[in-house]
Design a protein around this ligand. Structure first.
Ligand code: DAH
Length: 349
């Protein structure tokens, strides 16, 4: 049987080589691979093969079948789809058929994560109001995270339990930490600008990551993002701050945005306020007042700390949570959704 199978294979391949149009190809298929074709008949020989030789014969039978089927497919490709219609017209149909009306393959599109998108959008909105964009280090010293921001040595915000301090090799002058707020950038940029003679006047926003050892829940995370704003110039007033923030809210959330300033306290601003906005975090619940962050007029002590004369210079500052803004803008009820990176969630926004 093995020899007969060899013969079947070589005859099949030889005949196939002579096939030159789709009709002949179909004819060949019927003869060799059809329901009543020679391959089928060959399968019938198996029952007459003596037991011990059966496995080898069966194996060869499969090989021949696969070889002929593959050769048929290859030939079909070359002849152009193998449909009799394709080659019925003669010469023109003998090449591969290209159907330009066939829909293409849909390739998946990548895109930026929602946090990055909101960060970029916020920078854009503030840029339209004349703010530049600054970025600074996440590994800070306590001088920039606290001291120059008028947060005294014994302030509870400096407790090790509320901050990620770094284990330092002995001899390091200042404790270092992962910054707990982007307000550090106020100091960094002011120092830099003054040293290089760029300003003030200065007007910038600074987006970036901040770190606090909070327990993760629907509204807290040990790492999140803030966007800081600082404007230092002569005669900056609370009205400038309020106008800027209200303009921002209407520009980013739409003309119906409801916002308010609520008196508060921060060591680096005086007076200080909390900036709230009415938002719907859960589509099934009514809108609620949510705190987006803090703001105020720059405390004279902060200006003095970087060597500016508070009699001459004034300023306002603000710092908002980017996650809060993203959650408000897209009605996302749980901050953890932003970090789990489940594409079924991310694709919706
Ligand atoms: N840094 C403050 C925080 O993380 C937020 C803040 C409040 C920033 C008032 C400011 C400000 O610039 O003026 O809670």
């Amino acid at each position: 049987m093995l020899e007969e199978l060899d013969r079947l294979q070589s005859e099949g391949l030889k005949d196939l080589g002579e096939v030159s149009d789709a009709q002949a190809l179909e004819q060949w298929r019927i003869v060799f691979l059809g329901g009543k074709g020679r391959m089928k008949a060959a399968a019938g020989w198996l029952k007459d093969v003596p037991g011990p030789e059966k496995p080898a014969a069966g194996k060869r039978l499969n090989e021949v079948k696969n070889t002929l089927e593959q050769a048929f497919e290859d030939r079909k490709q070359i002849l152009g789809g193998g449909t009799p219609k394709a080659s019925a017209g003669g010469k023109r149909g003998t090449g591969p058929v290209l159907d330009l009306t066939e829909p293409g393959l849909e390739l998946p599109f990548g895109r930026r994560h929602i946090i990055s998108r909101v960060r970029n959008e916020l920078c854009e909105v503030f840029a339209r109001m004349g703010f530049e964009v600054a970025e600074e280090r996440e590994l800070e010293d306590d001088e920039h995270n606290f001291v120059h921001l008028n947060i005294p040595e014994d302030h509870p915000a400096r407790e090790p339990i509320d901050n990620f301090y770094i284990d330092e090799p002995d001899g390091k002058e200042r404790p270092r930490m992962l910054r707990s707020q982007t307000s550090t950038v106020q100091i960094r940029v002011l120092e830099d600008a003054i040293a290089k003679g760029w300003g003030p006047p200065l007007k910038f926003v600074a987006p970036g990551r901040v770190y606090r050892p909070d327990t993760v829940d629907a509204t807290h995370s040990f790492m999140f993002h803030q966007i800081e704003g600082l404007y230092v110039d002569r005669r900056v007033t609370l009205i400038d701050l309020k106008t800027t923030l209200f303009q921002f809210a209407k520009s980013y959330f739409g003309p119906d945005a409801e916002v308010r300033l609520r008196p508060s306290f921060f060591p680096f601003t005086e007076p200080s306020a909390e900036f709230d906005m009415k938002i719907r975090l859960n589509p099934n619940q009514p809108a609620k007042w949510v705190e987006l962050g803090g703001c105020g007029l720059v405390d004279p002590a902060v200006l003095s700390a970087v060597g500016l004369d508070p009699e001459e210079w004034t300023g306002f500052a603000f710092g908002f949570g980017i996650e809060r803004i993203a959650m408000g803008r897209y009605s996302i009820p749980d901050i953890r959704l932003l970090y789990e990176n489940d594409v079924r969630f991310l694709r919706q926004i």
